[in-house]
Design a binder for this molecule. Structure first.
Ligand code: CU
Length: 594
């Protein structure tokens, strides 16, 4: 089945001397043979001349034509094949107006016999316009075009990407801005789109094969004997040995924060490496709106601008009550709109480090071209706590590094008690651990951010400006567990991978609750196509409208869904290789009684 895709990246964590020698950019197209194998073969390709720091091209208006083609790029000093829209990586920013009906003719100009697709992430539209091959339509075949046509009911910051093979990992993504009919509830003088992504020089399919064969290839940060001795000093022999035994039993190490990290990826900001330094302009005293989009395939980022506060005004395109923070974690596929007011310096660094602290994307907010501000060092690498796996560290440790965190969980008024697991998790090769106690933990900023003295955004800070758009209580509850087997790099819901699962069925018009329990030690950004996921608070009430919900390691979070869109929809983890590995379902919304 050719439902999904992503692209791999390669590159070291930090810009090194050798990388600085190379001007990153899109090169003249030598072409490539695209698809499962990306071994290059000369052919016609879209080409774009390299330019210095620039934002992606912007296309406006209700009728657009996009060409998906093969392009050569150079982010690491090596000329590599990419898949792009109109020759850009990221593709052009599409700027539309709320209330418009837009048509987009998407033409497949890829060489070879490779199907493609574009999915409009977070846009509510008819099922046959959603762009998921095998569910929404047949995909776009070579030389052919598909005419997307849909009405824009919503406004905000969104993005698009391929839903075919591993094309997203090869560069097939871009930003969408839908301007609101009514003025935004905040003022700004200038705006910039900031697309974060992860590039690899590897063939994206080869990266997947490597993950299957050597899932911990990128996890070089093993704990050492020195760490062991130090833990004995701090926590005592029994607690330390118990801790190590438990981790050994789970075949993981507490530094496994992500499957792919800066050893393999080069992190990009608007298609620029840190050395290439994407620049965003400002004038002193202006209010600048930054539209942050995490278009990465496998990477969460912690974003901050040293010297500036970030006022979050929208999440996943939807207005929220403004909240001012120093830093925020942006999960894969999420978007945040933030306002900054740069004063007192001529340049500021936009800094986005990966959650494992193995690399970063960065750029410069500057009042004059060519300036750079200091780039902060990576934080120390964080270590997962047993709480991140739905277990109680305090039970076998004399001292608890995350005491406040534990208290918050014990105080959580809803979703208390031990977790019950679906029978399908038993003996499943897609399950190597289960959460024992899972709480929403909405106010937990997450591993690596808990010790900050500055304010870090958490989900508890996000509240939709308009309250619950539906108003009904959920009529029923569906619970899904996010499960995985690290050793096999096998991922599923409830221990059942997509290929073996029957669709979930929603009744057209119903309001239901979906509870997501994370039985793994990794974040999973869960995306429901076609409908909103309205995140509930600790008390089970509506809190914030989202299209992608981060389910933190060992946590249990719930969403309300209004099943107002008939048809077949994808529901999946947005880490590309987790989706590929089976962490996905089809959702069918149908009239009751059918
Ligand atoms: Cu996942």
């Amino acid at each position: 089945m050719t439902l999904f895709s992503s692209a791999g990246c390669g590159g070291a964590a930090l810009p090194d001397v050798s990388r600085r020698r190379f001007v990153q950019g899109l090169a003249q197209g030598l072409g490539l043979s695209v698809g499962l194998s990306v071994a290059g073969r000369a052919s016609a390709a879209t080409a774009t001349s390299p330019r210095a720091s620039h934002a992606p091209q912007m296309l406006t208006g209700p009728d657009l034509a996009l060409d998906i083609g093969a392009t050569r790029v150079n982010f690491t000093g090596r000329d590599r094949p990419a898949i792009t829209v109109n020759g850009g990586l990221p593709g052009p920013t599409l700027r539309w107006r709320q209330g418009d009906t837009v048509t987009v003719r998407v033409t497949n100009r890829l060489p070879g016999h490779v199907q493609t697709s574009l999915h409009w992430h977070g846009i509510q539209l008819p099922a046959n316009m959603d762009g998921v091959p095998g569910m929404s339509f047949d995909g776009i075949y070579p030389g052919q075009a598909y005419l997307y046509r849909f009405h824009l009911r919503q406004a905000g910051t969104y993005w698009y990407h391929s839903h075919s093979l591993h094309q997203e990992q090869a560069g097939l993504y871009g930003a969408i801005i839908v301007d609101p009919v009514a003025p935004a509830p905040y003022r700004y003088d200038r705006e910039h789109v900031v697309v974060l992504s992860d590039w690899t020089d590897l063939d994206p399919a080869a990266l997947y094969s490597r993950l299957k064969k050597m899932p911990s290839y990128d996890n070089m940060f093993r704990r050492t004997v020195g760490d062991f001795l130090s833990d004995i000093r701090n926590y005592g022999w029994d607690a330390t040995v118990a801790d190590r035994k438990m981790w050994g039993g789970m075949r993981m190490t507490p530094t496994d924060l992500s499957d792919v990290n800066g050893l393999t990826y080069t992190y990009l900001m608007n298609g620029h490496t840190p050395a290439a330094n994407w620049e965003a302009g400002f004038r002193q005293g202006e209010r600048v709106l930054l539209r942050l989009i995490n278009a990465a395939n496998m990477s969460y980022f912690d974003f901050r601008i040293p010297g500036l506060k970030l006022t979050v005004v929208a999440a996943d395109g939807q207005y929220v009550h403004p909240v001012t923070v120093d830093e925020l974690r942006i999960g894969v596929a999420e978007t945040y709109d933030v306002i900054v007011e740069p004063v007192g310096q001529d340049a500021f660094t936009l800094f986005a480090q990966d959650i494992g602290r193995t690399g970063f994307a960065c750029g410069t907010l500057t009042s004059r071209p060519g300036l750079r501000a200091e780039v902060p060092p990576l934080d120390p690498r964080p270590i997962l706590a047993m709480k991140d796996m739905g277990m109680d560290h305090a039970a076998h440790g004399k001292r608890d590094r995350y005491a406040g965190f534990v208290a918050e969980r014990r105080d959580a008024p809803v979703l208390k008690g031990p977790v019950s697991h679906p029978r399908t998790e038993r003996n499943s090769t897609y399950v190597d651990m289960q959460a024992m106690v899972a709480q929403p933990r909405l106010s937990d900023p997450g591993v690596g951010l808990r010790d900050r003295e500055t304010k870090v955004l958490s989900y508890a800070d996000l509240h939709s400006l308009d309250g619950d758009p539906d108003g009904r209580d959920p009529g029923r509850t569906i619970e899904l567990h996010l499960t995985g087997n690290m050793e096999r790099f096998a991922w599923a819901f409830d221990g059942v991978p997509f290929m073996d699962a029957r669709p979930l069925r929603f009744n057209y018009g119903e309001r239901l609750r979906v509870v997501l329990v994370n039985d793994t030690m990794m974040h999973h950004p869960v995306h429901l196509h076609g409908m909103w996921s309205d995140l509930e608070d600790d008390h089970g009430a509506f809190q914030v409208r989202k299209h992608t919900v981060d389910i933190a390691p060992g946590s249990r979070r719930s969403c309300r869904v209004t099943a107002d869109a008939l048809g077949r929809w994808a529901y999946h983890c947005h880490l590309l290789y987790h989706m590929d590995g089976g962490m996905m379902r089809e959702v069918v919304v149908e009239e009751a009684g059918r």
